[in-house]
Ligand binder design. Sequence first.
Ligand SMILES: O=C(O)CCC(=O)C(=O)O
Ligand SMILES: [Fe+2]
Length: 342
Amino acid sequence: MVVLAKGELEQIALPAVQRAAPPLAAVPEVDLAMAAANAGARAVARACEEHGFFKVTGHGVPAPLLARVEAAAAAFFALPQQEKEKAAAAPGGGSPFGYASKRIGGNGDLGWVEYLLLGVSAAAPLPAAPAGASPCSFRDLLDEYVAAVRRMTCAVLELMAEGLGLEDTGALARLVLAGDSDSMLRVNHYPPRPEPGRLTGFGEHTDPQIISVLRSNATAGLEISLRDGTWVAVPADADSFFVNVGDALQVLTNGRFRSVRHRVMVSSARPRVSVIFFGGPPPRERLAPLPGLLDREGGRRRYRDFTWREYKTSAYRTKLADNRLGRFEFDTTPAAAAAASS
Ligand SMILES: O=C(O)CCC(=O)C(=O)O
Ligand SMILES: [Fe+2]
């Protein structure tokens, strides 16, 4: 069981962010069922440029499946602490996967959250249920969920590619569908706040992968940062999904799509449960602007070439709130340009 050291809860409480953020007035929204008829690709591209964030309705993921996953997640987190700890990663084993409480990543970040992180590569067969185990285990259910969400994610990625004007509209979806794509699923549980006020559930950060697809129960808490740095609250909507542009997609679009900075603040007396599918590329994949994008931007690249594996190695050494892409960016300041030409 994780016992917070004296002073750690104060870190989660972060007195600087006690004020509630105003709600995001108009959440960009795309109805997948109507996207073809409704210029959905353009709407998706606009939302990715402006916010790096939008809501998906008409997603086709069956409501009963969403309800089963939500109930199973709630049941898992209601288990005695010792039982949950059995699913924790082996200490010092180098794997980020498993159950964890309060500690996010390996570099001292803390949040009012417990979670389960799973690797879900596209090629991994559904794991066979051990003899005698219930055929409807939580893991099997999550695999069923991932299959449905991955299908929907691919439709969204095709709309993004179309909205970018790419000739190859499958270019992004193929990265997430590749057999060795580095995708993950995170199930977060934010217990009700222990006392009135606001706690940091999940500190501000950008997601590293190409795309994150989130669904939560009806408890709010997610906030995003607008271009001017203002934080706004995203009203909960348990019937819809929310999409974040991740760092890898910002690089693949040479900065045209914005990897959205977001966080979760806990201020409710009800628990928040969220499930997030992170669609990542294969580890060997070289992240560079997609073919056709540079021609329209004067051929100037914002980032140097790097593989997804290199990026992850570098990202695992950083704190949650760090700008992890900074070290891959070309310096385009006038001083750097002058130095390069001298
Ligand atoms: O739990 C949420 O609502 C969002 C959490 C998040 O941003 C993440 O797990 O990357
Ligand atoms: Fe995130």
